[in-house]
Design a protein around this ligand. Structure first.
Ligand code: VGL
Ligand code: ZN
Length: 210
């Protein structure tokens, strides 16, 4: 069984949002096109409380983009984003929500960030995504979304470590590039860990021909 994983297609990661990813909204149509080919479709949602420790605003004297040490872990400070029940945390309305079979929330623990859709950054807690996929007999994941160099990257790496086969939809991802080259490095890292990088067109064709 194959599943499509839509990572964080939320307003705050789209142009005009609090943590806008350049051209981020262009992946919504890629998601809509791919959904017709999948029975299991999971959307993740970054879902922070307002007092989340990843927000620069909660660390007076520190700035957005700065790296701090938080409970012994490195933490990049982000603008306030994806606060639970705000518009910025909603899935983009152009995303066809009807075929989505499950929504997984992450990043609720105020002290621990959660880039991956599977575990928080301390690997202390599971989100329920692995259980959901295993219960449906899913072995292959097709992954797209935002942002390539954070939540997509860590979702893909965790998926590979959990034994899934992973296809990364290259035209379905956009990244932050906090440092120039981050997106390219993230793609190489995913690939060298075993992810297959494909276009949505290649994936559609391979599924139709099955
Ligand atoms: C993300 C930074 C902070 C992401 C989430 O979805 O890639 N990036 N929170
Ligand atoms: Zn976040």
């Amino acid at each position: 069984m194959d599943a499509l994983i839509l990572v964080d297609l939320q307003y705050d990661f789209m142009p005009g949002g609090a943590l806008a990813v350049r051209d981020g909204d262009s992946v919504v149509s890629v998601a809509n096109r791919l959904m017709s080919a999948f029975d299991v479709i999971v959307a993740t949602q970054d879902w922070h409380p307002a007092d989340h420790a990843s927000f620069a605003a909660n660390h007076p004297g520190h700035e957005i983009g700065e790296m701090i040490t938080l409970d012994g872990r490195e933490q990049i400070l982000w603008p306030l984003h994806c606060v639970q029940n705000t518009r910025g945390a909603e899935l983009h309305q152009a995303l066809d929500a009807t075929p989505i079979t499950k929504v997984i929330h992450k990043g609720m623990n105020p002290r621990i960030d959660s880039y991956s859709g599977f575990f928080d950054n301390a690997r202390a807690q599971e989100t329920g995504l692995d259980r959901e996929l295993k219960s449906r007999g899913v072995k292959v994941l097709t992954v797209l979304g935002l942002a390539t160099d954070y939540c997509v990257k860590f979702t893909v790496l965790d998926a590979l470590s959990l034994g899934y086969n992973v296809r990364l939809v290259i035209d379905g991802c956009r990244g932050v590039d906090l440092r120039e080259g981050d997106v390219d490095r993230a793609i190489s890292t995913m690939q060298s860990n075993g992810a297959q990088v494909e276009t949505s067109e290649q994936i559609m064709k391979s599924i139709v021909n099955q």
